[in-house]
Each structure stands twice: as structure tokens, then as C-alpha cells.
Design a binder for this molecule. Structure first.
Ligand code: ADP
Ligand code: MG
Length: 373
């Protein structure tokens, strides 16, 4: 994991970058009524390209820490983007994994998955139990694992393990740890124990969603796995590691769909949290911002001790290849990537001779085109 080292007043302070992965889900013909084919395609394990809407004979090429193509399995996503950060949770460090992207692009598939193709959440929880049971008795620490499960909806924090919960406050203690007083925290002793608490809460949320205007696409679902280790000998030192696994609200631009009233209010709240998240990730990854705006939304405030700083964070940006997602894909890619290149290379019509028009280009674009990228 890339880390930047800043030295101030003789004290070294680590600021982790947020690692950015992009996952392209398979093309679905039922999502493509006009039968236009895909408008995005992968190039290699770090690059992809999307048709340039300003000029369909060009593509825009993006570079990421990792690109997961449509053939990528759940296991591969887990192994490359999530598994490496889990050992830190047992050492009292924090971590967070987010699924970002428009509704329908595969966030829930990535995080939750299905019984046949389990996603990041079940795999990560199993791995945490495996790591704990592989710990040597002789190391002298006892481990305990617990979970909380919450939702941020309309800038309200709701406990998914306690039905009918009210908006909960977010607090910071003197050690700069973020806490939610009143949030249910359940000790879990095995993976099946986890499932026993997690599945009914997830089902509750999904059932509510069909009644409440697709609430699941408008709220952030946040699973917290906490590992506490206690030294057996005096002075019984204790360390807590937190892992946040987050299925974010859809990143689509709700202004375009003409929402009104309550749904417009929801959109505003969602946009505030996602907008703030993008500013926080930007500030962390550019390393230049003096102030990281964690306090500007509930989501980023809650994640303050687990995003940036000494925490390990991964953002999996999910995108869909059909044209109907085009503008939401574009904005998701622009959020995830800080650099892009216009390339004059035909995309879907590559077997057809495209007349070459004299277009005025910048030098950078010339070089990109010339490099045969
Ligand atoms: P989101 O949570 O972002 O709204 P979903 O995870 O519900 O999106 O995915 C939308 C649809 O696409 C679902 O039917 C899901 O099963 C399917 N899907 C998403 N990603 C993949 C994938 N990588 N492989 C196969 N099917 C996928
Ligand atoms: Mg979903």
C-alpha cells in the first residue's frame, strides 16, 4: 500500500493514499434496448477506455491502481483489493473498503455477492476469523471479534441490528477515535454466528427498499468488524482494529431524473455525503490539502479514523458498459481517476474505415495518439 511520509517537528506522520480499483461488470443486453453494444472496455490490468461523447472516433483512456475487467471473479477482486489489508486489523489498525458507482453497476454484487458467488463481505469476515485462529498462542494476546451494522440515510445514522432505531450521534474521544454511543455491537465467535446476525438485517434493509423508493440505492450500508486484542500478561495492553465495509449509495446524478420533494431531499443528502467523500479522497490522494473535510458529512465523519491517516483504504469503483450508464460512468471514472488521455482510436467501429478529419489537437493528445496507445 502506497504511503506518504510527512515529517513535522521531528515526529513522522503517515498519510495513506486511498487505493483506487475499477471493476467493469459484464455487458447485459437487457440493459441495452438500442442494441448499441458496450461503450467501455478494459485495456490491461490498470487501464480502460471509454468512447469520447464529443467525438465517437476518439476514446478517453483512464489509468487506475487496478482495473478489474468483466471476467474478473469475486475471488480475484478479494485477493487483489481486500485480503492484503486484513492483517492490519489484528494489529490495532483501521481499514475501509468502499464500493462506489451508479445504481446497477455492481456495488452490491461486489460487496455482498450471492450464495454461489460470495462477495467481499463474506470473504473478508471469513478471512478475519482465519487470521485470528492462525495466531500463535505463544504470542500472548487474546482476540475478540464483534460487529455493528448501520445505514446512513438522509444524513441520519440508523442501527440495522436494532429495528426502529433513531438517528444516532457520532462522537470523537480524546484519542481521536470515532464512536457511536448507543450503536449495537454484537460479539461474534464464528462466521456462521456473523451470518446469523447479518442476513436478517440485510433482508430487512432490502425489503424496506422496495417500499421506500429503492432506499437501498439511496443510503450507505456500513458494516463494521472490530477486532480487539488484549495482552494476557500485565499490563494487559489492549488494541482495537476496525474494518469498515461500505456499500455506498448510487452515484448517479439525481438531478437528471427529475426527482422532487422527499426524493429530491434524499438526493441532496446523498450528494452531500458522496460529494464530501470525493473531496476527502481527493485531499488524501493529492497530499496537498491542509484540511481534510471529514466533518462536512456523516459518512466521512464516521470514517474519519479509518480513511486516510494511518488507515488502509480501498475504493472499488463499479461501472457498467452499456450506453444508458454513459454519463454516470464518465463521472464515476472522473471521480476515481486523476488523469486521463484523449486517444484518437475508433472503438466499436474499428473494422470500418473512419475518415480522418483534420482536428486541432494539443501536444499531449498528439503524443498519446502517436504512441499508439
Ligand atoms: P448496484 O448495487 O451497484 O446497484 P448490483 O450489484 O445490484 O448493482 O448489480 C446490478 C445487476 O448486475 C445485478 O443483477 C447483479 O447480479 C449484476 N452484476 C453486477 N456485477 C456483476 C458481475 N461482476 N458479474 C455478474 N453479474 C453482475
Ligand atoms: Mg446495490
Amino acid at each position: 500500500m502506497a504511503q506518504r511520509l510527512t515529517v513535522s517537528d521531528g515526529v513522522s506522520k503517515k498519510t495513506s493514499r486511498v487505493r483506487v480499483a475499477v471493476r467493469l461488470r459484464p455487458y447485459m443486453s437487457r440493459q441495452d434496448e438500442k442494441d448499441e453494444g458496450p461503450c467501455v472496455r478494459g485495456l490491461d490490468s490498470q487501464n480502460l477506455e471509454i468512447i469520447n461523447w464529443r467525438n465517437a472516433t476518439e476514446t478517453v483512456k483512464y489509468h487506475f491502481d487496478v482495473f478489474h475487467g468483466e471476467q474478473t471473479t469475486q475471488q480475484e477482486v478479494f485477493l487483489s483489493s481486500v485480503k492484503p489489508i486484513l492483517p492490519h486489523i489484528l494489529n490495532g489498525q483501521n481499514a475501509s473498503v468502499f464500493a462506489y458507482g451508479p445504481t446497477g453497476a455492481g456495488k452490491t454484487h461486489t460487496m455482498l455477492g450471492t450464495a454461489e458467488q460470495p462477495g467481499v463481505i463474506p470473504r473478508a469476515v471469513r478471512e478475519v476469523f482465519n487470521l485470528v485462529s492462525a495466531k500463535d498462542e505463544d504470542e500472548g494476546w487474546d482476540y475478540s471479534i464483534g460487529m455493528s451494522y448501520l445505514e446512513i440515510y438522509n444524513e441520519k445514522v440508523l442501527d440495522l441490528l436494532s429495528p426502529n432505531s433513531q438517528d444516532l450521534p457520532i462522537r470523537e474521544n480524546k484519542d481521536k477515535n470515532i464512536l457511536i454511543p448507543g450503536l449495537t455491537h454484537t460479539a461474534i465467535s464464528s462466521f456462521s454466528d456473523f451470518d446469523k446476525h447479518f442476513i436478517p438485517a440485510t433482508l430487512n434493509r432490502t425489503t424496506a427498499s422496495t417500499k421506500l423508493n429503492q432506499r437501498s440505492s439511496r443510503s450507505h450500508a456500513i458494516l463494521l468488524i472490530k477486532v480487539v486484542r488484549t495482552q494476557r500478561a500485565l499490563p494487559h495492553r489492549q488494541q482495537t482494529g476496525k474494518l469498515y465495509l461500505v456499500d455506498l449509495a448510487g452515484s448517479e446524478d439525481n438531478r437528471r431524473t427529475g426527482n422532487q420533494g422527499i426524493r429530491l431531499k434524499e438526493s441532496g443528502a446523498i450528494n452531500l455525503s458522496l460529494f464530501t467523500l470525493s473531496k476527502v479522497v481527493d485531499a488524501l490522494n493529492s497530499g496537498t490539502a491542509a484540511r481534510i473535510p471529514y466533518r462536512d458529512s456523516k459518512l466521512t465523519r464516521l470514517l474519519q479514523d479509518s480513511l486516510g491517516g494511518s488507515a488502509h483504504s480501498v475504493m472499488i469503483t463499479n461501472i457498467a458498459p452499456e450506453y444508458r450508464y454513459y454519463f454516470d460512468t464518465f463521472s464515476a471514472l472522473n471521480f476515481a481517476a486523476k488523469s486521463k488521455l484523449i486517444v484518437n482510436k475508433p472503438f466499436t467501429r474499428e473494422t470500418v474505415a473512419v475518415p480522418v478529419l483534420p482536428v486541432k489537437r494539443s501536444r499531449e493528445e498528439h503524443e498519446a495518439a502517436g504512441s499508439g496507445a
